[in-house]
Design a protein. Structure first.
Lengths: 595, 342, 355
C-alpha cells in the first residue's frame, strides 16, 4: 500500500475552502471534507443492469507483482479481488469483513491461540486445474509466502505467529505444522500467542487458494514463476493459453491485464455479481488529464491508479452531470513528515514539537491539490476508521499542536526552540539533511517543509532522488537515514488501528534495512502499550487502547501527520459505478456493469 | 561584322557597401580563327565580362547595360530559355579551377554526355561515343576508360583537358577560357595552351583567353586587350601592344615581369594598390598610380581611341608623347637585358 | 528486426573448425562491396562489438555506483525482514561481486542471446524487447518517411526562394516546430484530434495502438498523430539543414559550370545542387533513425505506444537492471549498426571517400 502514495502522484495545486470531516465506518451517512465534497461511496449494486460487455480501466503503471501471493499494492488488489478468493473479504460498500472463500466467520478459541475456518463447498479453480478448492490449497498458499522464491512482504508480519512458521525463510515452500487441515473443508490455525489482527489478516490475498500439485513446479525455482501461470478461484481469471500461461496472453507487462470469465465459477457460491464478460486494465497512460478526459468521453470506464488532476477535478465538480461520476474515498492512512529521533537536532523532543508547530499544514496540503485532496490530519488514525480507533483517539478534536487555520504558529515554535536550548528561539546548529522525491508533488512538499523550517532558523539541504531510491537507499536504511524524510506515509493493510501504528512506530520493528519506522521511535512505554494492544482480542477494549496510543505517538512529534488523503475515482457514464471502500476507492469490477 | 561584339558593356552590382562597378564601359570584338587575350590584374573586370557574355551575371542585384552581339543577336536581351540553348552549344566557357568546376560526385564521362544531351535528342550510346572522341581530341590517353573516372581521380592537367573537352564537344563558335592555366603546374600550362591552340586551328572557333599572366597570352593570342578597373585601357594586335605599348599601365605590367635571362634584378611593381570598384578614382581610374598623370587625368575619363592602325589606347597623354616615353622605356630595358622577350 | 545482422564474430562456430559457409559469404560480399570496403566493414563490425561490451560494462558500473533503488528490497516488499531481503539478494545473484555478475550476464548474452529476466516481474527481457520492437520500428519508420517527405522539399523551396516570404515563413515555422517540446505537442494533438477526448474527432487517441498484423487500418490511423508529432522537430531541422546545404552548394563553381553548359535551372538545382547537398543529409538521417530505433521515449509515453523506449523508461523507474541493460544494449546496437551503414552509404554517395 506504500506504493499507492507513489502512484497517486500527479496532482498540482488549487485553492478550495478548507473544512473538517469525520465519517462512520459503514460509509452510509454523508460526510464532508470540504464544502460540497462528499466521501460517500456509490450505492453497491445488488443486480447487474446488463450482463455482458467489456469494462476498460486505465492506469499508469503495472501491478507490483502478478503473483497473488506476492501482491502488496492497492492497484494489484483491483486484479486479485475479482480473480482470487481470500478467506474473508470486505462487505461491499463497507470496511467490515464477511466470509468469501470461508463458509462462515472464523471461530477463535477463548485463549485466542486456535482459529478455525470452514471452507465453502463448490468453489473451483479455473482451467487448467479445474478441480474443487480444498483447505489444503489455502494451507499451501500461506506456506509459499514464507519461501524466498515467493517472498510475500507481509507473511511474517501477520502469519509469523502460526506455530511452525519458519524464522529464517526457506528457499522453497515448506510445510508449516501449525496449519492443520483435518478435512478438505476445514482449516485450523495454531498460534504461538494470540494476535488481535489475525482474523482480519485472513482477508489478505495470501490466503487465496493455490493448488500445490500445479504450482510446485513454478515455486521450486529461485524466483517463482507461478504468477505467470496462475489459476483463479473468483468469477474472473487472467486470460491464459491452454497450458495455463498468461504471459503475452492476458498479461502483457506494463501494457495490459485482460480478465475473462472463469468458466468454473459458480455464482451461487459467491457474493460477487460479475456482470461484465471481460475487464481490460490498460496500462501505460502517463498523463492524468488525458486519462480523465478519456473516461469522461466514455472511451474508458474508470481510473485504476492515476487520479484526475485538480484542474480536472474542479471542472468535474462544477458540472452537475459529470460530478455524479466522481467519488472520493478516504485512503485510511495519513501522510507525514518523519523526523529522525536518533540524531540531533531532532533527538530533542522540544525541537520536534517546535517543528510540529511551525509547519503550515495548509501549504502542505496545497502541494497535493488543496482541500480536494483530503482532510488536514491531526493524528494518525484516519476518519474512515470511525469508532475503530478514530473516535477513541479524539477524532478531529484531538490536535496537540494547534495553530490558527492550520497555518503554523511561529511564536509557539520559537518558545519550544528556546526550551530546546536555542537562546533566541532560532536554531543555531548545522544544516539538516532532507531526502525527498525529485518530482512534484513530493518535491513541492519538501520545499514547503524547508521554507517553514527556515522560520525557526533551520537550514535544509534537500537531496532529490527517485521515489524508489528515497525509500530503499535512504529512508528505509537507518544508518543512511537523513534528519527528515518528508514524503512518507502509511496506508493500513486493513481497517485495524494496529495496521496504522505498529510497523511505523513500534520500536521492535526497527530493522537495519527496509525499515518503515522512519522516526526510529523507540519509546518503551509506547512499545509496551502496543504489545498489549496486539494481544487484546476484545474489539472495543482494543480500539480504546489504540486510540490512546495514537495520541501518545502524535504527542512525541517524532512524525508530524498532515493529510488524511481522499482518493478520487472517476467513472464513465456508460457504467454503473462500484468501488472498494476498503481499498482506497479502487474500481470494483465485480459490481460494475454496463448500463 | 565580327562574330562576337561586346558594345559598351557595363555591369554594376548593388551591394550593402555600395555599387560595385565591375565592368564600366567595355567594348571588344572577337572573330573566328582569332584568339583575343584579355589581360589585367584581379578586379579588372575581365572575368565579369566573360560571365556576362554567358549570361551568368543575371542576378537580382546586378545591373547590366550595353550589348553583346553574337552574329548580330543581342545575348543580353535574350530570354533565359533561349540563352540556355546558346550556352554550351554556341558559346562555351572553361573555368579556372577544374577541381572545383567539375561536379565531384559524377563521372567525367557522365558530365560530358550530359552536356551533349542537353542540346538535342541524342541517344545515349551516340553521346557516349562523342564524349570519348572529345576526350581523345584533347589528348587524354585511354579515353574510354577515363570516361568512368571521377574528377578527383585525374591529375590537374587531365582535369582541365576534360573541361576543355566538355566545352568543345558541341563545336561552339566561341570559347571563353577564364584563367585556364592558373591552377596548373607550369609544365602543364604549355600543354593546355597547346590543346586550345590546336583545336582552334582545327575547328576555327573564336577564343577569348582571359589571364593575368602576360606570358600566357604572349604564346597564344592574336589580339590583346588590357583591362584596368573595369575598362579596356589598350587594345590591338599582340605584337603591337607588346612591342610598342602606349599605356602607362601596360608599361608597368611589362616592366614588372621578372626575366629569366637578365640575372639578378630588382622587381619593379606598379606603385600603389588596385582601386576599389566601389569608389573608383575619378577620370582616368589609373591616375593615382600613373607616373605621368597630369591635371586632366582626374577630370575626364579618357576614351579608347585609335592611336596607330588597329591599336587603341585610352590615355590623355598625346600620342607622340606616349610613343616617345615608350621608346625610352624600351631602350632602358634593352640596356638592362631585353624587354618582354618574344 | 536487425538481429539478422549477425556478424561473423558473433555466429556460433559450427563443429569442426571455421565454417566453409563463412568463406563463401565473404567471397559473395567481396564481390558486391569491393574488398577494401569489405575489410572496412568487417573492421567496423568488430569495433562495434567491442563497443557493445564497453557499453554494457559501463551500464553495469553506473547502476552500481550511483544511488539507484535496491532491487532486492523492492522485490521483497514493504514489511519484509532484512534477512529476507538478503536472501532475495542472494537468489538474484546480487550479492556477488560486480565483475562476477557482469561475467555471468555476458556469458548468457553472448552464448544464448539471453538478456536475463526482469527483476520487476520475472519475465524474459529479450521477449519483452522483441515484443515491443515492432511498435518502435513502426513509429520510427513512419516518422522518418514523414519528416523526409516534408523537410526536404521545404528545404529546397526555401533555398531556391531565399529571403522571400515563403522562405521566411517556412524558417519561422521550423523554429517553432523545433522548439515545441514533443510531449506538449503530443498532448495538444490529442486534445485537438483524438476521437475520444479531442475537439475534432479524427484520429484514434492515446493507447489505441494495435499491431499491424491484427488490424492494419487501426494500426495506421493510431500512428498518424504520433508520426507527425515525432516528425515535427526533425522535419524542421532537416528543412533548415537542406536549405543551408543547398544554398552553400549553389554557390559552388560546378554549379556555375552546369549553368554554362546550358542545362535547365531545374536540372542544375536538383541533379547538380541537391545531389551534393543531400549527401550529409542522408548520413544524418541514418544516424537519427538509428537513435530513434532505441526508442522514442517521449512520443511513446504521451501516446501510450508499447515500444522499446517506453520499456526503457519504465525499467529505469523500477530499477530493473536486466531490463535497463537490455534496452541500453539494444539502443547501442542500433546506433552502431546505423553508424556503419551510414558510413558505407557515404562511400557510395561520395566517390571521393575511400576506406
Amino acid at each position: 500500500m506504500l506504493r499507492a502514495f507513489g502512484a497517486a502522484a500527479l496532482v498540482g495545486a488549487t485553492i478550495l475552502v478548507a473544512g473538517c470531516g469525520g465519517s462512520s465506518s459503514s460509509g452510509e451517512s454523508e460526510s464532508q471534507t470540504a464544502a460540497g465534497i462528499s466521501t460517500a461511496p456509490p450505492p453497491t449494486p445488488t443486480a447487474c443492469e446488463t450482463k455482458g460487455g467489456t469494462l476498460k480501466i486505465l492506469s499508469a503503471g503495472d501491478v507490483d507483482h502478478i503473483d497473488p501471493g506476492q501482491g502488496y499494492y492497492s492497484f494489484t488488489y483491483e486484479i486479485t479481488r475479482p480473480t482470487q478468493r481470500a478467506l474473508l473479504s470486505a462487505k461491499p460498500g463497507t470496511v467490515e469483513l464477511q466470509p468469501d472463500l470461508a463458509a462462515g466467520m472464523p471461530q477463535v478459541s477463548k485463549d485466542g491461540k486456535t482459529v478455525t475456518v470452514k471452507i465453502r463447498q463448490g468453489v473451483h479453480f479455473s482451467p487448467p486445474v479445474n478441480r474443487e478448492v480444498t483447505s489444503a490449497d489455502v494451507k499451501y498458499a500461506i506456506e509459499r509466502g514464507f519461501a524466498t522464491s515467493v517472498a510475500n512482504g507481509y507473511a511474517a508480519a501477520y502469519f509469523g505467529v502460526i506455530q511452525g512458521a519458519p524464522k529464517t525463510a526457506p528457499q522453497f515452500p515448506e510445510p508449516i505444522s501449525g496449519i492443520e487441515t483435518p478435512d478438505p473443508s476445514t482449516l485450523v490455525f495454531h498460534l504461538t500467542q494470540p494476535e488481535a489482527v489475525f482474523v482480519t489478516a485472513l482477508s489478505m490475498p495470501l490466503t487465496a487458494p493455490v493448488p500445490e500439485d500445479y504450482a510446485k513446479q513454478y515455486d521450486d525455482q529461485t524466483l517463482s514463476t507461478y504468477g505467470l501461470h496462475q489459476v483463479a478461484s473468483g468469477p474472473y481469471m487472467i486470460k491464459s493459453n491452454a497450458a495455463g500461461s498468461i504471459n503475452g496472453v492476458g498479461y502483457k507487462p506494463n501494457r495490459l491485464i485482460d480478465l475473462v470469465r472463469n468458466p468454473n465459477w459458480d455464482s451461487s457460491t459467491d457474493y460477487r455479481l460479475a456482470c461484465a464478460d471481460e475487464v481490460r486494465f490498460e496500462e501505460g497512460f502517463q498523463d492524468p488529464t488525458v486519462v480523465a478526459k478519456t473516461i469522461l468521453s466514455g472511451s474508458a470506464d474508470a481510473n485504476g491508479d492515476i487520479p484526475p488532476p485538480p484542474a480536472e477535478l474542479r471542472s468535474i465538480l462544477s458540472s452537475s452531470t459529470e460530478s455524479k461520476e466522481l467519488f472520493f474515498t478516504p485512503t485510511g492512512g495519513a501522510r507525514y513528515i518523519a523526523l529522525n529521533t536518533t540524531e540531533p537536532p531532532f533527538d530533542n523532543a522540544n525541537a520536534r514539537k517546535a517543528v510540529a508547530y511551525v509547519l503550515d499544514r495548509n501549504a502542505l496540503r496545497l502541494t497535493r491539490g488543496g482541500a480536494v485532496d483530503g482532510t488536514i490530519a491531526t493524528h494518525f488514525i484516519d476518519p474512515s476508521f470511525g469508532d475503530k480507533g478514530f473516535e477513541q483517539a479524539g477524532g478531529t478534536g484531538f490536535n496537540p499542536f494547534p495553530s490558527p487555520d492550520f497555518s503554523g504558529d511561529v511564536t509557539k515554535a520559537k518558545e519550544l526552540m528556546k526550551a530546546a536550548g536555542y537562546a533566541d528561539g532560532m536554531y543555531t546548529g548545522p544544516q539538516v539533511t532532507v531526502v525527498a522525491d525529485n518530482v512534484p508533488p513530493g518535491s513541492d512538499t519538501a520545499k514547503v517543509v524547508a521554507a517553514d523550517l527556515a522560520k525557526i532558523g533551520i537550514k535544509s539541504r534537500i537531496i532529490s532522488v527517485t521515489h524508489a531510491t528515497m525509500y530503499t537507499k535512504y529512508c528505509n536504511v537507518p544508518k543512511n537515514e537523513p534528519n527528515i524524510c518528508p514524503n512518507v506515509g502509511w496506508l493500513p493493510d486493513f481497517h485495524e488501528p494496529q495496521a496504522i501504528l505498529d510497523v511505523p512506530f513500534n520500536g521492535k520493528n526497527i530493522i537495519p534495512s527496509n525499515n518503515s519506522n522512519w522516526p526510529l521511535l523507540n519509546d518503551p512505554a509506547i512499545n509496551a502499550a502496543m504489545d498489549r494492544a496486539e494481544k487484546t482480542l476484545d474489539p472495543s477494549k482494543r480500539y480504546e487502547q489504540w486510540g490512546k496510543i495514537d495520541q501518545q505517538v502524535t504527542e512525541t512529534a517524532s512524525a508530524i501527520p498532515w493529510l488524511w488523503e481522499d482518493y478520487p475515482t472517476l467513472f464513465s457514464s456508460r457504467v454503473v459505478p462500484a468501488l472498494m471502500v476498503d481499498n482506497e476507492g479502487a474500481p470494483d469490477v465485480d459490481f460494475m456493469s454496463v448500463r | 561584322m565580327a562574330l562576337l561584339e561586346i558594345e559598351d558593356l557595363r555591369v554594376h552590382f548593388n551591394t550593402r557597401d555600395g555599387v560595385v562597378r565591375a565592368v564600366d564601359g567595355v567594348s571588344l570584338t572577337l572573330d573566328r580563327h582569332e584568339t583575343l587575350g584579355i589581360v589585367g590584374e584581379s578586379g579588372s573586370g575581365k572575368s565579369v565580362t566573360a560571365l556576362t557574355v554567358m549570361g551568368l551575371t543575371r542576378l537580382p542585384n546586378a545591373v547590366v547595360e550595353g550589348r553583346v552581339l553574337l552574329d548580330g543577336v543581342d545575348l543580353l536581351a535574350l530570354p533565359l530559355h533561349e540563352l540556355r540553348r546558346i550556352r554550351g552549344s554556341r558559346v562555351a566557357m572553361v573555368f579556372q579551377d577544374p577541381m572545383s568546376s567539375l561536379h565531384p560526385l559524377y563521372k567525367v564521362g557522365w558530365q560530358i554526355v550530359e552536356a551533349i544531351r542537353a542540346h538535342g535528342d541524342v541517344p545515349k550510346d551516340v553521346a557516349r561515343r562523342r564524349a570519348v572522341q572529345a576526350l581523345a581530341d584533347v589528348g587524354i590517353p585511354s579515353p574510354a576508360e577515363r570516361m568512368d573516372s571521377y574528377p578527383h581521380e585525374l591529375s590537374g592537367g587531365m582535369r582541365q583537358r576534360a573541361m576543355i573537352a566538355m566545352a568543345l564537344v558541341l563545336d561552339p563558335d566561341v570559347l571563353i577560357a577564364d584563367e585556364p592555366t592558373t591552377a596548373l603546374d607550369v609544365t602543364v600550362q604549355a600543354q593546355i595552351l597547346d590543346v586550345i591552340r590546336r583545336l582552334q586551328a582545327e575547328r576555327g572557333a573564336a577564343v577569348a583567353l582571359i589571364t593575368h599572366d602576360l606570358g600566357v597570352v604572349a604564346e597564344t593570342a592574336d589580339q590583346l586587350a588590357v583591362m584596368y578597373a573595369g575598362r579596356v585601357v589598350e587594345r590591338g594586335p599582340l605584337a603591337t601592344v607588346l612591342d610598342a605599348p602606349e599605356h602607362p599601365y601596360t608599361w608597368g605590367l611589362l616592366q614588372s615581369i621578372p626575366r629569366l635571362e637578365a640575372g639578378p634584378q630588382r622587381l619593379q611593381p606598379i606603385a600603389g594598390t588596385p582601386p576599389s570598384l566601389i569608389h573608383v578614382p575619378s577620370g582616368c581610374s589609373f591616375h593615382p598610380r600613373c607616373p605621368y598623370a597630369f591635371a586632366l587625368c582626374p577630370e575626364i575619363v579618357p576614351p579608347l581611341v585609335l592611336s596607330q592602325p588597329g591599336h587603341d589606347v585610352a590615355c590623355h597623354l598625346p600620342p607622340a608623347k606616349r610613343q616617345a616615353i615608350g621608346r625610352r622605356l624600351r631602350s632602358e630595358d634593352d640596356a638592362s637585358g631585353g624587354l618582354a622577350a618574344g | 528486426m536487425s538481429v539478422h545482422v549477425e556478424t561473423e564474430a558473433s555466429r556460433r562456430p559450427s563443429p569442426g573448425g571455421p565454417p566453409g559457409g563463412l568463406a563463401a559469404a565473404q567471397r559473395a560480399l567481396a564481390g558486391v562491396l569491393g574488398s577494401s570496403m569489405l575489410r572496412y566493414v568487417v573492421r567496423r563490425i568488430l569495433w562495434g562489438i567491442v563497443l557493445l561490451f564497453v557499453v554494457s560494462g559501463l551500464t553495469f558500473l553506473i547502476f552500481y555506483a550511483f544511488p539507484a533503488a535496491d532491487p532486492a528490497a523492492l522485490r521483497a516488499g514493504r514489511q519484509a525482514t532484512p534477512q529476507l531481503i538478503e536472501q532475495i539478494r542472494h537468489s538474484l545473484g546480487l550479492d556477488k561481486p560486480v565483475y562476477d555478475q557482469y561475467w555471468l550476464y555476458m556469458k548468457g548474452l553472448v552464448l544464448h542471446f539471453d538478456l536475463g529476466y526482469s527483476y520487476e516481474n520475472n519475465v524474459s527481457v529479450t521477449s519483452q524487447i522483441l515484443s515491443r520492437l515492432p511498435a518502435t520500428i513502426a513509429l520510427t519508420a513512419g516518422a522518418f518517411v514523414v519528416w523526409m517527405l516534408v523537410g526536404i522539399p521545404v528545404g529546397i523551396l526555401s533555398a531556391i526562394k531565399r529571403r522571400s516570404v515563403v522562405d521566411r515563413t517556412t524558417m519561422g515555422a521550423s523554429l517553432l516546430a523545433i522548439s515545441a517540446p514533443v510531449y506538449w505537442l503530443g498532448l495538444i494533438a490529442l486534445l485537438l484530434f483524438s476521437q475520444d477526448i479531442g475537439e475534432l474527432h479524427f484520429l484514434p487517441g492515446a493507447g489505441s495502438y494495435t499491431p499491424l498484423t491484427s488490424d492494419p487500418t487501426q494500426w495506421f490511423f493510431s500512428l498518424l498523430m504520433p508520426w507527425f508529432v515525432l516528425a515535427a522537430a526533425f522535419a524542421a531541422f532537416y528543412a533548415r539543414m537542406v536549405r543551408g546545404n543547398l544554398i552553400d552548394v549553389l554557390g559552388e563553381d560546378y554549379i556555375r559550370t552546369a549553368r554554362a553548359k546550358g542545362l535547365s535551372e531545374r536540372r542544375v538545382i536538383l541533379r547538380h545542387g541537391l545531389r551534393a547537398a543531400l549527401t550529409p543529409v542522408v548520413t544524418m538521417a541514418g544516424l537519427d533513425l538509428g537513435v530513434l530505433l532505441g526508442g522514442a521515449i517521449l512520443t511513446e509515453t504521451v501516446f501510450n505506444i508499447p515500444g522499446v523506449g517506453r520499456y526503457a523508461y519504465d525499467s529505469i523507474i523500477n530499477s530493473d537492471l536486466p531490463a535497463i541493460q537490455g534496452t541500453v544494449l539494444f539502443g547501442a546496437f542500433f546506433i552502431i549498426v546505423a553508424n556503419i551503414v551510414v558510413d558505407v552509404l557515404y562511400a557510395f554517395l561520395d566517390p571521393r571517400v575511400r576506406y
